[in-house]
Ligand binder design. Structure first.
Ligand code: SAH
Length: 343
């Protein structure tokens, strides 16, 4: 596999059968992870960027089959944060060294375009040295433009899967693959640093879907790529499906690093949920970002996308301390920095 790993590191793409070998072949992953780590160090040194995640709403108008806060989950507890609560999270976060705030949530009509713009403006006014990232789902280009003009720097919108048929099996008919992809192109066109991404081993995913994901990344050239294992949620149609594996997720992290050497790649909470040292292993396989939770502890458990989510009981201060120790334990260090794309 050494030759294939080198080929990918140089050409950033492979033939179908070569992708397939690297993705599902039986081989020792040590070399793959080490090569990915080397490329990450060439671009970003040993810095790990931290993003403060603020989960602003668990209301969602969508009904994605995998997600615990889908609208038809009548058992989901719903909450939304006020502008004051969000600003309070930022205040705590700034003191703790965060220089990026990520506002993520379900698609909640309460957060109108204007209201979100107002919050973004206020954060940027109070913390001009910070980046604001939004992750609020699909909107029209005009809305994304308003948020960008208000000061938002980045947008995270995972494409979820680049396989069109697969997309249809994970989502209700009213959600469209084309619209989600269109959103990503609109965001890039406006000038955002854009993140896409997918779940690893979500129900019905085939190796061809993963190859399509890699080809899409290569074509779209996102600044950020967020991936994590699929983890079932007990109140969804996929309750009985099995969760994504550690090895497959780490393999995909490393392959993304080889395909997009400069990408910002988070070692996700989902990875930490399926293995006690999942996030550390993600960093060692090429990831260079972590996203500790800044949401008020009182609502943490209600932002329940999947079962057994970690870090739902700790205050932000404990979370960041724990994260710093974890990052240091594998030879990297967290940076007090916006952590922009290095391209
Ligand atoms: N509404 C926003 C934010 C979605 S939540 C949006 O549409 O972008 C962030 C991500 O969590 C999703 O994009 C999805 O990839 C992931 N996610 C949702 N349910 C999950 C599950 N059961 N297992 C693993 N990841 C999940």
């Amino acid at each position: 596999m050494k030759e294939l790993i080198e080929k990918l590191a140089i050409e950033h793409d492979l033939a179908d059968n070569e992708w397939q070998q690297l993705i599902e072949g039986k081989y020792d992953r040590t070399l793959l992870y080490a090569r990915a780590d080397e490329i990450r160090r060439q671009n970003y040194g040993t810095d790990v960027y931290i993003r403060g995640l603020i989960e602003i709403s668990s209301y969602c108008r969508n009904d994605c089959l995998y997600c615990g806060i889908r609208r038809s989950n009548m058992h989901a507890e719903r909450y939304r944060l006020s502008k004051e609560q969000i600003l309070e999270c930022c205040k705590t976060g700034y003191r703790l060294g965060f220089r990026t705030f990520v506002m993520q949530g379900g698609e909640d009509a309460y957060f109108t375009t204007e209201y979100v713009a107002e919050i973004v403006e206020e954060i940027k006014k109070r913390y001009p040295d910070c980046a604001v990232t939004l992750s609020l789902g699909e909107r029209e280009k005009a809305d994304y433009q308003i948020w960008y003009d208000a000061g938002a720097d980045r947008y995270l919108l995972r494409h979820e899967t680049a396989g069109r048929a697969h997309y249809g099996k994970l989502h209700p008919p009213e959600l469209s693959y084309d619209h989600r992809m269109q959103c990503l192109y609109d965001l890039k066109d406006i000038g955002y640093q854009v993140g896409c991404g997918f779940m690893v081993e979500s129900p019905y995913q085939t190796v061809d879907d993963l190859i399509a994901d890699m080809r899409f990344l290569r074509k779209f050239q996102p600044h950020m790529v967020g991936i994590g294992p699929f983890i079932p949620h007990h109140d969804t149609p996929f309750a009985g499906s099995s969760q994504g594996s550690l090895e497959k997720t780490l393999t995909m992290v490393a392959l993304i690093r080889l395909t997009l050497p400069k990408a910002l790649i988070p070692s996700t909470t989902a990875l930490g949920t399926i293995h006690p040292r999942g996030r550390e292993l993600g960093l060692q396989a090429g990831a260079n970002v972590v996203m500790p939770n800044l949401s008020p502890v009182s609502v943490r458990k209600q932002y329940s996308l999947y079962d057994n989510k970690i870090c739902t009981g700790d205050e932000a201060a404990e979370c960041i301390e724990c994260m710093k120790r974890r990052v240091a334990s594998v030879g990297y260090q967290t940076a007090v920095s916006r952590g922009d794309w290095c391209g």
